[in-house]
Design a protein around this ligand. Structure first.
Ligand SMILES: *[C@@H]1O[C@H](CO)[C@@H](O)[C@H](O)[C@H]1NC(C)=O
Length: 265
């Protein structure tokens, strides 16, 4: 009897807590990342910047980026669809491709990654498999629209830079790869308030200009594309600063920045 009373008292004490709407933040959005090796979890001494993003956000980050992928191969392997299935309303997806998207799919040695040249509804045929290949913009915009249809917000990011201090020579003044502008146009073409663009490329240019040759070269232990762990952290900080400064418009990530926001440029 006494036990029963104690139990019901305990339950009564518990239930208001469970019903309290401010208790656990189950409705906190998640951030999903779609991209290539420059964003992915890779192996030391290399690392992608996506692994450091959660350091600077108040919400969890799920890094679905994977090495070697392009907008085309990420689509064909069902990786955008996998993210789409996980999304609930107000989740945020950051999409960044470009490093593996160049080249032509028409050749007999089509690598399965090159998009069809152009920025619209052009189609190509893979010289290897006969697959119909679409443009970078087609793949990016199709993914963004599907995510938005699930109630998510989409942040289309330009790709990262390469080492802009190769051999001590500054190359940050050169025109960015064409996929930077394509990414901006992808966000514009999708349109509406659920999609935004952030020029991560430009943000890294500013960061590397400020850091100088020695510091930046130390971020590239193997090649000119893939960063070290320390480099990945700085590239993540450049992304976060771009978001905090609304570099190319306000993104859905802005309310979730941790204070203080890093300043790298
Ligand atoms: C993003 O905004 C910055 C700052 O205004 C600008 O320099 C850059 O060109 C923009 N990026 C694109 C792709 O328009």
């Amino acid at each position: 009897m006494q036990l029963q009373i104690a139990l019901s008292l305990a339950l009564a004490a518990l239930s208001p807590v469970a019903a309290n709407p401010v208790a656990p933040r189950q409705s906190s959005p998640k951030v999903y990342l779609a991209g290539d090796s420059t964003m992915a979890k890779t192996n030391a001494p290399l690392m992608g910047w996506g692994e450091y993003l959660s350091k600077y956000l108040t919400i969890p980050v799920v890094n679905k980026a994977i090495s070697g992928r392009s907008a085309r191969s990420f689509t064909n392997e069902g990786r955008f669809t996998e993210i789409e299935k996980l999304l609930v309303a107000n989740d945020i997806v950051v999409i960044a491709f470009g490093h593996n998207d160049g080249g032509s799919p028409n050749s007999a040695s089509d690598n399965g990654r090159s998009d069809c040249p152009g920025t619209g509804s052009e189609v190509c045929k893979s010289g290897k498999t006969g697959e119909t290949v679409y443009t970078f913009n087609y793949y990016m915009e199709q993914a963004a629209r599907k995510f938005i249809a699930k109630g998510a917000k989409v942040v289309i990011s330009s790709q990262t830079t390469k080492n802009l201090w190769q051999n001590g020579q500054w190359s940050g003044g050169a025109a960015p790869p064409r996929f930077v502008e394509y990414a901006r146009n992808a966000a514009k073409n999708v349109g509406g308030s659920s999609v935004s663009f952030v020029d991560h490329y430009q943000s890294v240019v500013r960061t590397y200009a400020k850091l100088g040759s020695a510091a930046v070269n130390a971020f590239y232990p193997q090649d000119y594309t893939h960063t070290s762990l320390a480099g990945a952290d700085v590239v993540a900080q450049a992304f976060v600063q771009a978001v905090s400064r609304d570099l190319n418009g306000t993104t859905a990530l802005k309310p979730y920045l941790k204070n203080p926001v890093p300043t790298v440029w």
